[in-house]
Design a protein around this ligand. Sequence first.
Ligand SMILES: Nc1ncnc2c1ncn2[C@@H]1O[C@H](COP(=O)(O)OP(=O)(O)OP(=O)(O)O)[C@@H](O)[C@H]1O
Length: 263
Amino acid sequence: MSDIVLSCQGLVKKFGGITATNNVTLNLARGARHALIGPNGAGKTTLINLLTGVLEPTAGSITLEGQDISRLAPHQRVRRGMVRTFQINQLFASMTPLETLALVVSQQRGLGARWWKSLGSNAAVADRAQQLLEQFHLGEVATQKTEHLAYGKRRLLEIAIALACEPRVLLLDEPVAGVPAGEREELLQTVAALPADVSVLLIEHDMDLVFSFANRMTVLVNGAVLTEGSPGEIAANPEVKAVYLGHGDEINERLPTEPQPHV
Ligand SMILES: Nc1ncnc2c1ncn2[C@@H]1O[C@H](COP(=O)(O)OP(=O)(O)OP(=O)(O)O)[C@@H](O)[C@H]1O
């Protein structure tokens, strides 16, 4: 088994005259905690959309566990084990976290939506949903409608839903964006405690989270990879610091000061 779970080679995405992704090659190691950072407009969202199949690349290829998935539809990539965090939408607003997770676990296990008729009648589904509720600190709000949950709890539910799909690769899209200060710590701790066998690619502007979470970082600028390295290497890289100058991003409060230690 290769040490690389997800890989893209020479990815290019052009929107008319704009090259949003410019010859990006990126390897996600098995069990990685890999952050993708870059200033606004660097191409992070476009790259994630290419990896998940929402966008079709102009050139390049993507492999998951060594198999070419470049031509697969988004749902086929999910089935192969690449899952991104879901944004809570209207569909889930009137459902509770318990119902939502039971539905996703049930679908994942090929049981369809039969859980609806007899929630709890399938012990394996109920057990897994309960486990996820506890893991994501949602136990106390398990039977409240999602639309009434605090924002931080909704973000936790998004990650729980993604994990219910039993991913090999989890693409975490700005998990703490918009979360009020009082709810951040719980979210940071939960993200830090994600299962070690799930390889994670994190897109994030919040440098607290990036530097406390990642053991590998890729910096995108103008659609291309500027550099890749350990958090220590990234923090010490003058080019990275220069890129963030004038962007008002928090990275300059951290660079080139010492990053947090990593194992
Ligand atoms: N559908 C589109 N059509 C045209 N241009 C696009 C499209 N999507 C993205 N772009 C352009 O591609 C570039 C990269 O955008 P992208 O949203 O991927 O960056 P980002 O790093 O995710 O930015 P942010 O951090 O602000 O979310 C930008 O110049 C953007 O304007």
